[in-house]
Ligand binder design. Structure first.
Ligand SMILES: Cc1cc2nc3c(=O)[nH]c(=O)nc-3n(C[C@H](O)[C@H](O)[C@H](O)COP(=O)(O)OP(=O)(O)OC[C@H]3O[C@@H](n4cnc5c(N)ncnc54)[C@H](O)[C@@H]3O)c2cc1C
Length: 360
């Protein structure tokens, strides 16, 4: 294949690696810079395990790489409204677990191995800084995920989040749970695969230690699991404005979460990162097709964000009321209703959020 010139990418996470792989296959020389000293995403967040909605077959087809070895169907995911439990209809939700980081079983390892095989050049310990911005070559791709300093230097609107995390050997795999409580705006959840767990309690407000203790008490009571080591972390999400999603910005190409390709409801970011990595590469060799694809994948973003802000955040603080309603209707009947609802929304390939289902 004829050599096409050089492309620089900042961010060796999922979207940056997918973009690098696709550009290499199209004959470009690719240099990927990352502020960390090796692959596997930010050390603050990884290794970790994520739970996400993804149509593995169609996503593999779209990015041209078989993802099935690293995505594992989720086998259980109870939703707890305080003490009341709902079992969602997993059979129609396409939920999977996936590992992030640099262990051999991770998604990052799969992508990094392929990028290296294709001759992508990596420059680790090489952060993007504000003073670099005017000197970046045309078609530079920014794939820096959830890093607040990059949103600030690029003048991108973002929301700050805070969270307690715990991680380690699990003794089980492909199980998750979700816990809702009024002291946080988002939720507590566990994800597990490859015998590794990642537990995360997060909110758009600071979370005090009492809330963490309540969550720990809950997981011990309901799941018989106790995690002792917890770290407090923070980051950015591109959910501050309905205009967040953008492929082109100040002469740069964006991809992954920083491009806004995130589900505003659950904050699922995996599918958006994989898909827009490919779209960012396309923006180098077919700009108008890439713009079209980016709009198509993010077409529900504004509506989903509006739903979250105007409807869900009004209901969300009243966990007792939600609990009361679920008990009144009956958890099994709610499950059947949810299944019926989701079964009738088969959008072909939907972002943000659910891979197969036009939920919003
Ligand atoms: C704690 C946590 C839990 C999550 N849980 C889930 C979940 O369960 N399900 C789900 O679907 N999504 C989840 N997400 C979201 C999902 O992980 C992200 O949306 C997704 O990883 C983003 O992919 P990306 O390619 O955009 O960025 P990443 O994969 O995060 O990669 C960004 C890369 O940029 C690098 N970088 C950052 N700043 C610079 C800089 N200045 N210069 C150079 N390099 C830089 C980082 O080191 C990193 O390697 C979670 C996110 C976090 C933080």
């Amino acid at each position: 294949m004829a050599r096409q010139g050089k492309v620089v990418i900042y961010g060796a996470g999922m979207s940056g690696l997918v973009a690098a792989i696709d550009l290499s296959r199209h004959g470009y020389r690719v240099a990927v810079h990352d502020r960390e000293e090796g692959f596997g995403g930010g050390r603050k967040y990884n290794p970790s395990t994520h739970t996400t909605s993804i149509d593995v077959e169609r996503t593999s087809e779209f990015i041209g790489l078989d993802l099935s070895p690293v995505f594992h169907p989720l086998v259980s995911c109870p939703f707890y409204f305080h003490e009341t439990v709902l079992h969602p209809p997993l059979e129609v939700l396409d939920l999977h677990t996936v590992e992030r980081g640099n262990r051999p079983t991770s998604l990052d390892s799969l992508l990094f191995t392929e990028a290296t095989r294709l001759g992508v050049e990596f420059r680790f310990g090489s952060p993007l800084r504000r003073e670099d911005l005017p000197k970046l070559p045309d078609n530079t791709i920014i794939a820096c995920g959830l890093t607040p300093s990059v949103y600030e230097m690029l003048d991108l609107p973002y929301l700050r989040w805070y969270g307690w995390t715990s991680r380690g050997e699990a003794g089980f795999s492909n199980r998750s749970w979700i816990w809702l409580d009024e002291s946080i705006t988002e939720y507590g959840y566990l994800s597990s695969c490859n015998n590794f767990y990642f537990d995360f309690l997060f909110s758009t407000r600071h979370i005090d230690e009492n809330t963490l203790s309540r969550y720990r008490g809950f997981i011990l009571r309901h799941q018989g699991v106790e995690h002792h080591d917890w770290d407090y972390i923070s980051g950015a999400v591109p959910l501050a404005s309905p205009q967040n999603p953008r492929l082109f910005h100040h002469g740069l190409i964006l991809c992954g979460t920083i491009s806004g390709a995130m589900d505003p409801f659950f904050w699922f970011g995996i599918l958006g990162a994989l898909v827009t990595g490919k779209v960012a590469a396309m923006a180098v060799y077919d700009r108008s097709k890439a713009a079209e694809e980016f709009s198509r994948f993010n077409r529900n973003f504004a509506r989903a964000l509006l739903f979250k802000n105007k409807v869900w955040y009004r209901i969300r603080p009243h966990v007792n009321w939600l609990e009361w309603n679920i008990r009144l209707i009956g958890p099994e009947r709610v499950r059947k209703m949810a299944k019926l609802y989701y079964s009738h929304f088969h959008a072909p390939f939907n972002l943000p959020g659910f891979a197969r289902l036009g939920v919003y």
